[in-house]
Design a protein around this ligand. Structure first.
Ligand SMILES: C[S@@+](CC[C@H](N)C(=O)[O-])C[C@H]1O[C@@H](n2cnc3c(N)ncnc32)[C@H](O)[C@@H]1O
Length: 265
């Protein structure tokens, strides 16, 4: 066992050290309802472990163990041949959480393939489980960091990307982490087709405006745009699919923004 002083936590996690004398600050709810929260947290913990164990056996979920720099995954360039066993277009949902878009689109469009990507296994479990229970053959999930997508997909392998309610990372110091920053758009160019299309759904007006600025800077073509989807004429049965986060924002009365644009000028 090792004591931690000032070293970054990630380093210690990677090296397999244990955290000693480190206590997370309690939330307001934990302080107000300690007993209720302890029971809830214990059941959450068990539920997470059960989900992680089930994830190990889902045939539609891969959990690549990327090191840095990431080596190419065995499915890179082979998703059609070895995973979907067809040559239909591949569409990816980034930061998919429970994968509502991937699942619903896969059911609506059996002649297209869908892959949901997120690093949170307990969330992905929901999408993967639904895929297995409903026998959705054109659906897969990958538990990994979006930054490593170029190790998972070959050039031209993906034709569309959905970015559903990404963390807006509005602080200037986090601008590079925004999923529509020039850095991420360049990443998508490494594996998307020349006429690749990006869809963005967000509750964050500043994030929507930022993305419009990036599109203007890079002279990209916009196909659809609205800063108030549910009061817009472009609303249809695809755009009205609700994600977990979207439901929360709608309940709070927030407006939903949507953009569809071409990745290359
Ligand atoms: C605000 S949530 C939205 C989840 C889902 N799309 C929805 O609308 O309910 C953002 C999601 O992105 C995932 N995420 C954020 N950064 C990521 C990254 N670099 N790689 C993989 N997943 C990431 C988080 O784990 C989280 O599930």
């Amino acid at each position: 066992m090792h004591l931690i002083n000032d070293a970054p936590l990630d380093h210690f996690r990677k090296e397999g050290h244990f955290l000693v004398g480190f206590e997370r600050r309690k939330t307001k709810d934990e302080l107000r309802y300690p007993k209720k929260f302890a029971t809830f947290a214990a059941s959450m913990g068990k539920d997470k472990l059960r989900r992680f164990a089930e994830n190990e056996n889902f045939p539609n979920l891969i959990q690549p163990n990327f090191e840095y720099p990431p080596a190419d995954h065995e499915l890179k360039g082979k998703w059609h041949q070895n995973f979907f066993k067809n040559d239909h277009p591949i569409i990816v949902e980034l930061g998919c959480g429970r994968g509502e878009y991937a699942v619903n689109l896969a059911e609506k469009f059996p002649d297209k393939n869908f892959i949901g990507i997120d690093w949170k296994g307990a969330r992905l479990w929901r999408g993967a489980k639904t895929g297995v229970e409903n026998n959705i053959a054109n659906l897969g999930f990958a538990r990994m960091q979006i930054q490593n997508c170029a190790a998972l997909f070959a050039p031209n392998e993906v034709s569309e990307v959905w970015i559903t309610f990404p963390d807006p990372n509005l602080e200037e110091s986090r601008a590079k982490k925004r999923l529509t920053s020039p850095r991420y758009l360049d990443l998508y160019r490494k594996f998307m087709t020349a006429d690749g299309i990006i869809h963005l759904k967000t509750d964050s007006r500043p994030f929507y405006d930022y993305t419009l600025e990036m599109i203007a800077e890079q002279k990209l073509k916009i196909f659809k745009q609205t800063s108030d989807l549910y009061n817009s004429e472009i609303l249809d049965d695809v755009l009205s699919i609700n994600t977990t986060y979207e439901k929360m924002w709608l309940k709070d009365g927030l407006k939903i923004c949507y953009l569809q644009f071409k990745l290359n000028s």
